[in-house]
Design a protein around this ligand. Structure first.
Ligand SMILES: [Zn+2]
Ligand SMILES: [Zn+2]
Length: 173
């Protein structure tokens, strides 16, 4: 996973992990790898617990009600991340930035990645582009990377569900 200028992959990974929390260190490792993240160090129970705490903090960012509160919560995460960007060409396919110190455990690497990725996404695409699905009983989190920035549902399925419901409400006797 290369941290692109809009942090898209990192913020999507955060949403995926928050929506369905990993239950074991092995699962965390697998899902990060499947999302394209370089897992270059062991993933332990401690890293899993650190990730749960990261996701708790991150969900507060998602649920922030105004953009100043949201910015403040992201800034707190960034301040605690304590990682500086490093240039790397580890795969030989081009120089890019990593937010990981050689000494850091995986949970800290992931915390930095999610903090920086979320900041890039909000700054680059818009402070409002992180939310939960508009279908009340769904509550799935998503990063809005649509062209218009007006995505309200996590999926087409939820959009359809809500359209049917609104139609029924209008035509009810
Ligand atoms: Zn890389
Ligand atoms: Zn939904």
């Amino acid at each position: 996973m290369h941290l692109n200028p809009y942090g898209e992959d990192a913020v999507n990974l955060a949403a995926d992990l928050a929506n369905r929390r990993p239950a074991s260190a092995g699962e965390l490792s697998e899902r990060c790898r499947a999302a394209g993240l370089l897992v270059d160090r062991p993933v332990t129970r401690g890293d899993l617990e650190k990730t749960w705490a990261t996701l708790d903090a991150w969900e507060k960012v998602v649920d922030a009600t105004d953009e100043h509160e949201r910015a403040e919560l992201v800034n707190r995460m960034l301040a605690a991340a304590a990682a500086y960007p490093r240039l790397t060409d580890h795969a030989g396919d081009g120089w890019h930035l990593h937010y990981r110190g050689e000494w850091q455990p995986f949970g800290s690497v992931l915390f930095s990645l999610i903090s920086v990725g979320t900041a890039l996404h909000l700054a680059g695409r818009g402070m409002h582009r992180l939310r939960r699905c508009a279908v009340t009983e769904c509550a799935t989190i998503f990063a809005d990377t649509s062209r218009t920035g007006r995505q309200r549902y996590c999926s087409q399925r939820c959009a359809n569900r809500d359209a049917v419901r609104r139609h029924r409400a209008r035509t009810a006797p």
